[in-house]
Design a protein around this ligand. Sequence first.
Ligand SMILES: [Cu+2]
Length: 124
Amino acid sequence: ADAWCRPSPNGAKAGGCYVTLTAATDDRLTGGSTPRAGMLQVHEMKTENGMMTMSEMAQGLPLPAGEAVALAPGGAHLMLMELTAPLVAGETVPLTLNFADAAPVTVQAKVRQPAMAGMDHGAH
Ligand SMILES: [Cu+2]
């Protein structure tokens, strides 16, 4: 539900997308794909020594049955890498999400500015 992407600054090769997922049974979000980027990874943000860093969740993002898990700025996110073109506010981007157990799901993510000013993600 509520899939959206942050507009990518001109020239940026990566962009962040967010979605809320509710699994019917215990599952994990392991990654995905999109025609708009070479790679789609699941990333998490961590604070280490006072610095925010992000890394791929190698085991995937746990999705407990029946629980709405929100990917949101400052936390877990979908990272589009090797963008084929900038993500422009107002457009819609198809994202196919892969799960450990469930069949892949394609969502249409709206590109828009975040409701609240978050961390700049363009430098990634
Ligand atoms: Cu990331």
